[in-house]
Each structure stands twice: as C-alpha cells, then as structure tokens.
Design a protein around this ligand. Structure first.
Ligand SMILES: [Zn+2]
Length: 154
C-alpha cells in the first residue's frame, strides 16, 4: 500500500484489500479515476471486476485503502461523505513530510463516523503467488503486492 502511495504521488492512490481469516493478505491497486491530491474514486468497472474475482477465488472483501499525499492519515470530510462500505476496514496512508504512516479505521454506526482500529503487521514478505486483477493491468500497477496485516477487529 505504501509503495502504491509513493508511486501515485502527488495524487491519491486507492485500492482494495482481501483477507483470509483475520489476516489481510491481498492488495489490489486500483486506478484513481479523478487524479486528485485530495480525492479518490475507484472506477465502477474495477469494482465490478474485483468483486467477481474475489467471489471466484473465495476471497473476503476486507478493506479499502487510499493515500493522503499532503495530509495526515485521518479521514477527510470527503472520505466520510463518500464512504459506502461500512462493513470493511478503511486504511489511509499519509506521505506527509516524506514519512509514510498508515492508520486503519472502521465505520461506527453509533458514533456516526470512523473510529481507529489497531492492527499488527504479521509479515512483510512479498507474496508473489497472488494474482493481481486481470483488469488492473491497464493501470500503472505494482508488480505485486502486499504486506500481511492482521486486524483483530475485522
Ligand atoms: Zn482521504
């Protein structure tokens, strides 16, 4: 995720995450169709492709990530307004001052907003067996992907 954020800088990057059990082990970089420093939007075609791929491979949709090239890793007003998936984790990568940092949130219905979630990186090994979405080859994509991240609250 951090590599993707650096690659897309100065624009926001965005992507989707899958898990097996409680461990997130799939990172699917997407295209930010609005090419903005303060907003992101995943193309509908990529969302569709992602959900089909996840279903075919019995992967659980576990999260959405995007970057804040200039801001802190906290949800912006736009993030709150445009969030559509309250059942998954929400990851923000900040590149502020050249020091990447990552926060994770989930949507809390009672609080009516995002609340922070603790997570633990259990392995930073690259998983070359993970197949990126076929449709994503049209974007400038990382060869592969991820760090495995565990989120006890997922
Ligand atoms: Zn944001």
């Amino acid at each position: 995720m951090v590599e993707h954020a650096v690659l897309e800088n100065p624009y926001e990057c965005c992507g989707l995450l899958t898990s097996r059990g409680q461990t997130i082990d799939g990172v699917y970089p997407c295209v930010n169709e609005v090419q903005s420093r303060t907003r992101f939007s995943i193309p509908a075609a990529q969302l569709f492709e992602f959900f089909r791929y996840a279903r075919e491979h019995e992967l659980t949709f576990a999260g959405i990530y995007h970057s804040h090239p200039d801001g802190d890793p906290t949800p912006s007003h736009l993030d709150v307004a445009e969030f559509h998936y309250p059942e998954v984790s929400y990851w923000i990568i900040s590149l502020r001052r050249g020091r990447p940092s990552v926060n994770c949130y989930r949507w809390d219905h009672d609080a009516g907003g995002f609340v922070p979630v603790m997570f633990q990186i259990v392995s930073a090994r690259m998983r070359h067996d993970l197949t990126p979405l076929p449709d994503l080859s049209i974007s400038k994509i990382l060869s592969v992907v991820p760090h495995r991240e565990s989120d006890p609250n997922l």
